[in-house]
Ligand binder design. Structure first.
Ligand code: DX5
Ligand code: ZN
Length: 232
């Protein structure tokens, strides 16, 4: 079994946008390792969410790294806008870029951490050649576009493949899953080798405090024998 310490990235897509600063601060105080921001352009995915101004407006609410998931066609067109938004790590979609390598390099040369994501229909092999230039690989475990969807267990095979590729090459690349993560699927994803778990609706559930929800996720992982990384 992979023994990579696990990190949790609450997705603010499921937060209350009317009090986003408070929800970001609550996730930070509850021990979130990253804050995950889902940017949707109504083109790469049918839904629209928010852009760099919203990210910038909550930057001061947390010192944790901001993990910005760009569900945007040709994100290279918008990088200048995002680079000043306070994001630390930018994840682009392989399917959204005419030239993935060039987009990765544009982010690297701006001294940002870079992730590369794949949708459920895209093979893991699409990511493998880029791994040496990445900080993070993201296997979507739902179709991107909406929170609250059911986890697709068949994506775990891609997680296992990428875990092997990362470890065999001795790379320092985080392996993230996003979509349908709750206490049960978190354990399944960690067992497959994921070490960053994005969780939206299971963390910002209206019936539960953020701290309690994050605590349940952490406890499920630890009970299953996984180490949860200390918050740096
Ligand atoms: C989906 C987004 C996810 C979403 C996850 O397109 O990328 O980050 O917020 O939400 P849950 O955890 O509710 O599936
Ligand atoms: Zn996301």
């Amino acid at each position: 079994m992979a023994s990579h310490p696990v990190r949790i990235a609450p997705s603010v897509l499921a937060a209350n946008f009317g009090r986003l600063t408070d929800d970001v601060a609550a996730a930070d105080a509850a021990g979130a390792h990253y804050l995950h921001f889902d940017v949707m352009d109504g083109h790469f995915v049918p839904n629209l969410s928010f852009g760099p101004a919203v990210i910038r407006s909550v930057r001061s609410a947390s010192a944790r790294p901001f993990d910005v998931h760009l569900m945007v066609t040709e994100p290279v067109r918008h990088l200048d806008l995002f680079l000043t938004s306070g994001g630390d790590l930018f994840t682009i979609h392989a399917e959204a870029c005419a030239d993935v390598g060039k987009t990765v390099e544009a982010l690297r040369s701006a001294k940002k951490r870079v992730g590369l994501a794949i949708k459920p229909g895209t093979p893991a092999a699409t990511i493998v050649p880029h791994l040496p230039r990445l900080d993070l690989a993201l296997v979507m475990t739902v179709e991107p576009g909406w929170g609250g969807q059911a986890f697709m267990p068949e994506m775990l095979e891609k997680v296992r493949l990428l875990r092997r590729a990362i470890d065999e090459a001795g790379l320092d690349v985080r392996l993230q899953v996003d979509g349908g993560i709750n206490a049960d699927t978190a354990v399944a994803a960690a067992a497959a080798g994921a070490d960053v778990l994005v969780a939206g609706s299971s963390v910002f559930a209206p019936c539960q405090e953020v701290a309690a929800a994050l605590g349940s996720l952490r406890q499920a992982l630890m009970q299953a024998g996984f180490a949860v990384a200390p918050v740096a």
